[in-house]
Design a protein around this ligand. Structure first.
Ligand code: ATP
Ligand code: MG
Length: 653
């Protein structure tokens, strides 16, 4: 990215100081940055002491064979014990761990003591099914408590899980079962989505007809919806029968800190998903620490809610392992934000008195589109910290989130991280940071990140380049499952001795980091590098635009031409002259070079289930090509909808 590239994001001048009451009682203060800078490894060793180890580690980091890291290698611990049992032993068995809210409105509160019993039973059941330490288990579930229980049961017996997002196809499930060679699959009859039961089990049955998945011995099925399910005798087992009859006590065994915890596939916005491997001690240390620091969690009084799906890394790290390791009380919601009405989320915040909320920019922009009056109809005064993850959050959405959800009071933390990093890496701290809407700002204490140019030299403040991580961190991926070479090639080959994340970023005059999206998405227009994020952000700053996705399409004159797909606010029909007005608006914000050549109003954008816009598919459309892999889309029908709007390619206005 060239230095003269456009800078509208960094000209955002609104600043928000942390509220005095948050600062006064903050879990982590500015001193943490100094302590970590003075002795990074000692800082992490100290954070590892948040966990209960059966054998305390004496070694923090073994980096003798980079980039294959070992953290806390001689320590031994059990992850499920840390997330469940120790809270019961500390006298907090009656604390609610999970407030489950089903989409139809059924609810269930699960205390830590109950969680301990159910995780213990599920662990016994897996052992009975022949799952031994090190064996892989596939989990294909809706957002119900048994999904969390299944993950913890696997962790308890040292069987790495591979959670496959519940809306993925039978093929996607089969590939992941095969890749991990899982012999047991945990699923449910179905779950509730958009007001109706939606079946899951048939996709499992279909997946298991594929040769690669034929070695699965058992399918454990949770009854959620009560719908009819096809059944294979001998292979299929009901959860309530098999788990329900097990003893409620189970002695957790400690495993090495580098024992594998899970395999999880990336969301696939840039290509074929990668099976990321995470291990135990370092991972749990960093997810627990960051959840404590970035949300300023007070486990006795806070009610935390992360709206992500457990099939995504945010669900692993910030629904299951981080919050539960910290003894938090959290909400788990099964359904969609607009069932039965557009205010469902805010109704849930009011009902449970949610204090800490973690969601994605796409959800925030969708709520903006639905209108300010929706959240205004609920009492959201319990909220005290708001988080964002998954994509760059444009300043307009950031400020809307703070104003309309956070009542103009709450800090907003924009957390940058990836499946590969396992835990948050760059984020403001709510009691410390003077917040800049649109910027993830500063690497967390103990994390080293920097922006470099093509040659790997750190760029000056005010310039852009590639975001790299310069020191190993506890929750880093250990490899790509079964493919060390792809691990080396993908992350460690671009810049000598550093991890390259694939994202572009800029440093502002203060050295704060602004994420610019994937380097693959950067456009080249008449010799200028232009980031899709910046043009999207400029479009969304226009009052008529709720969401925008921008791609560069091959163009004979300008190398690439900027094509924008926009969703209008309030869904009103497109008025005459709007396209011209939008082009003029972008030109004014960013300069004439960034003016989109084509702008097309659409009703929906193609998104992954983790809420990311699939720009590569829009590029296929803009370049009039056959669509690439759509299997990780929330709703592949969206592509037909968009294509139906354009007989061939987006028309030039
Ligand atoms: P794949 O690697 O298969 O293309 P993916 O990168 O979309 O999938 P994830 O690991 O879920 O899968 O997403 C991580 C990416 O999300 C980051 O690399 C970054 O591009 C984006 N991202 C996450 N959080 C933020 C944030 N706060 N600001 C900007 N970008 C973010
Ligand atoms: Mg990625």
């Amino acid at each position: 990215m060239s230095n003269e590239s456009l800078a509208n994001l960094m000209t955002e001048t609104r600043r928000f100081a942390p509220p005095a009451e948050v600062t006064a009682a903050a879990n982590v203060t500015a001193a943490a940055y100094e302590a970590a800078a003075e002795d990074r490894l000692e800082y992490w060793a100290e954070q590892a002491r948040r966990l209960s180890w059966e054998q305390e580690p004496t070694e923090t980091l073994d980096w003798s064979n980079p980039p294959f890291a070992k953290w806390f290698a001689d320590g031994r611990l059990n992850v499920a014990y840390n997330c469940v049992d120790r809270h019961v032993e500390a006298g907090n068995g009656d604390r609610v761990a999970i407030h489950f809210e089903g989409e139809p409105g059924d609810s269930r509160a699960i205390t830590y003591a109950e969680l301990q019993r159910e995780v213990s039973q599920a662990a016994h059941a897996l052992t009975e099914l022949g799952v031994a330490t090190g064996d892989r288990v596939a989990i294909y579930m809706p957002m119900i408590p048994e999904a969390v229980i299944a993950m913890l049961a696997c962790a308890r017996i040292g069987a790495p899980h591979s959670v496959v997002f519940g809306a993925f196809s039978a093929d996607a499930l089969a590939t992941r079962i095969e890749d991990a060679d899982a012999r047991v699959v945990i699923t449910s009859d179905g779950g509730y989505r958009r007001g109706a039961p939606s079946a899951l089990k048939p996709a499992v049955d279909e997946a298991l007809t594929r040769p690669g998945a034929a070695r699965v011995r058992n399918v454990l099925v949770v009854r959620r919806t009560g719908q009819d399910v096809p059944w294979t005798e001998g292979r299929d087992l009901w959860w309530h029968e098999t788990v329900g009859r097990q003893p409620e006590e189970h002695t957790p065994e400690a495993f090495d800190a580098e024992h594998p915890l899970f395999i999880l596939y990336t969301s696939g916005t840039t290509g074929k998903p990668k099976g990321i491997l995470h291990t135990t001690g370092g991972y749990l240390t960093q997810v627990a620490y960051t959840h404590h620091a970035v949300f300023d969690l007070k486990p006795e009084t806070d009610v935390y809610w992360c709206t992500a799906d457990i099939g995504w890394v945010t669900g692993h790290s910030y629904i299951v392992y981080g919050p539960l390791a910290n003894g938090a009380t959290e909400v788990l919601y099964e359904g969609t934000p607009n069932t039965p009405h557009n205010g469902r989320w805010w109704e849930i915040v009011e009902k449970y008195g949610v204090t800490l909320l973690y969601t994605a920019p796409t959800a925030i922009r969708t709520c903006m589109k639905w209108g300010d009056d929706v959240p205004a109809g609920f009492n959201l005064s319990s909220l005290r910290v708001l988080g964002s993850v998954g994509e760059p959050i444009n300043p307009e959405a950031w400020v809307w989130y703070r104003e309309h959800i956070g009542g103009g009071r709450t800090p907003v933390v924009d957390t940058w991280w990836q499946t590969e990093t396992g835990a948050m890496m760059i984020s403001p701290l709510p009691g410390v940071t003077l917040a800049k809407p649109g910027s993830a700002q500063t690497p967390l204490p103990g994390i080293s990140a920097t922006v470099v140019d093509d040659d790997g030299n750190e760029v000056a403040n005010g310039s852009g380049g590639y975001l790299t991580l310069t020191e190993p961190w506890p929750s880093m991926l250990r490899t790509i499952w079964g493919d060390d070479q792809r691990f080396l090639d993908t992350y460690w080959s671009r810049f000598e001795g550093r991890y390259f994340a694939g994202d572009g970023a800029k440093k502002d005059a203060d050295g704060d980091i602004w994420l610019l999206g994937r380097v693959d998405d950067v456009m080249l227009v008449s010799g200028h590098n232009i980031s899709t994020t910046e043009v999207e952000s400029a479009l969304v700053s226009h009052p008529r635009i709720a969401e925008a996705a921008v791609v560069g399409a091959t163009d004979p004159q300008t190398t690439q031409a900027i094509c924008a797909f926009v969703i209008l606010r309030g869904g009103a029909p497109q008025e005459e002259g709007l396209v011209e007005e939008l082009r003029a608006h972008v030109s004014k914000e960013l300069g004439p070079i960034a003016k989109p050549k084509r702008i097309l109003a659409v009703d929906e954008l193609p998104k992954t289930r983790s809420g990311k816009i699939m720009r590569r598919l829009l590029r296929d459309i803009a370049e009039n090509r056959e669509l690439g892999d759509v299997t990780t889309l929330t709703d592949p029908a969206v592509m037909d909808l968009i294509q139906s709007k354009l007989p061939s390619a987006p028309s030039e206005d």
